[in-house]
Design a protein around this ligand. Structure first.
Ligand code: CS2
Ligand code: MG
Length: 409
């Protein structure tokens, strides 16, 4: 069975998504997610100009060979644009293989290692009171693990923080697409943040008790010694993890963090290959792999990095924001269900408009996700609905310090 054609579909129901649809000469179709938030058109062009023309005539079953062909064949390796494009092809071919076999993808990866995937939801608030309301709202929706983010006194605008809507029917959109031709600018003050965050967790533990798994994302904003300070200050509150405590390009920086704190660390949502994890995993500098199938070259390398991590008792915590499309989310749910060293799955809930474009077999019940048992990935694209939403420029924010210096965020 050969690939007959491939097509890039751009749609923007409530944010932009780049999807690859591969069709075989037997009429089987597969979907892959290539969405790169804020740089969508670069991946769409990479795919349509440099990848789609290479696909017709290739054996659709040779997933590993196609992956290596696109990765090694380009000569120019790694990078988010290249790896998102390769990811889309890889996912689409796994989707096709599952459909041909009549099996959900997780069955092809070894079968289920558990009944469902523990998911964490995102609570946030501009005040401690609104944060508490948000945590209550998430617990009512069934979540059994919660990420906690808040506004910080002295910082005017912080990405990913919003109050929970008062009416229960309204969607909680705390990371809306930043539509517009330029990014908005936010501000940052590390000292204010380091002072404030422990008081937030003190409040949450007092109200919700010791058992609820709590997570926090520092979003690459700290230097290693600051990250170590935060990890130490948060130890009394027994976090499930502290995420992206420092930008991980400086991998040795994690040694310093690790020497000072036992707060578990999760890193890697911006990584795009297993090689980015080489030092962090082999030196056991992290506890959770944050990669997303979409930005990491697809199902094939995600499975490989988790097997490497397993040798060091490191578990998964795949990146599941709403800018990973339902196709990308499904890919990692199948991997998470199959691997032994699953840890937790991020789950942000796509908008109703997105769910009308991408029909998912995935379920969320009592705090657990399951990819469903439809053959392949279990996601179908409604192309007519997709065509109703054209691409709109949208950017992640840019952050500056008080003196105007651009900062990590
Ligand atoms: C965040 C993301 O999910 C997370 O942990 O860090 O929301 C991230 O900001 C976006 O995926 C960026 O596109
Ligand atoms: Mg994050």
């Amino acid at each position: 069975m050969n690939i007959a054609s491939a097509e890039v579909v751009l749609t923007s129901p409530s944010r932009n998504f780049v999807t690859l649809k591969v069709t075989t000469d037997e009429g089987v179709t597969g979907l892959g997610d290539a969405t790169l938030n804020g740089r969508e058109l670069a991946v769409a062009t990479y795919l349509s100009e440099h990848v789609v023309p290479l696909l017709p005539g290739r054996d659709a079953h040779r997933i590993e060979d196609t992956w290596q062909y696109l990765y090694r064949g380009a000569y120019w390796r790694r990078g988010p644009v290249t790896m998102a494009a390769i990811a889309a092809v890889d996912m689409a071919l796994w989707d096709i293989k599952g459909k041909v076999a009549g099996l959900p993808l997780y069955q092809l990866l070894g079968g289920a290692s558990r009944n469902g995937l523990l998911a964490y939801g995102h609570a946030s608030g501009t005040s401690l009171q609104s944060l508490s309301e948000s945590i209550h709202a998430h617990l009512e929706r069934g979540y059994r693990a919660i990420r906690v983010q808040t506004a910080v006194p002295g910082i005017n605008a912080l990405y990913g923080v919003a109050d929970q809507p008062q009416s229960s029917g309204e969607r909680y959109d705390y990371e809306p697409a930043g539509r517009g031709v330029r990014p908005v600018e936010e501000d940052w003050d590390t000292a204010a943040y380091l002072r404030h965050v422990p008081t937030v967790f003190e409040h949450v533990r007092q109200e919700f008790g010791p058992e609820l798994p709590l997570l926090h994302d520092a979003h690459h904003r700290l230097r290693p010694i600051e990250a170590a300070t935060l990890g130490k200050r948060l130890e009394p509150y027994d976090l499930f993890w502290l995420e992206d405590c420092t930008p991980a390009e400086n991998q040795q920086g994690l040694r310093l963090v690790r020497q000072h704190t036992t707060t578990p660390l999760a890193i890697g949502e911006v990584f795009n290959t297993g090689w980015d994890y080489q030092q962090l995993i082999s030196e056991q500098l992290i506890d959770y792999v944050r990669a997303a199938a979409t930005h990491f070259g697809g199902v094939t390398p995600l499975r490989k990095v988790m097997d490497f991590a397993a040798a060091f008792q490191i578990r998964s915590g795949f990146h599941g924001p709403t800018d990973v499309s339902p196709v990308g989310l499904a890919a990692q749910l199948h991997v998470g269900l199959a691997i032994h060293n699953f840890g937790i799955q991020e789950y942000m809930e796509h908008s109703a408009a997105t769910n009308n474009v991408f029909h998912q077999s995935m379920t969320f019940k009592d705090g657990y996700l399951h990819p469903g048992d439809n053959p392949g990935l279990g996601v179908e694209l409604d192309e007519e609905a997709a065509a109703g939403f054209s691409y709109q420029p949208a950017y992640l924010p840019v952050t500056r310090l008080r003196d105007g210096t651009i900062h990590d965020w």
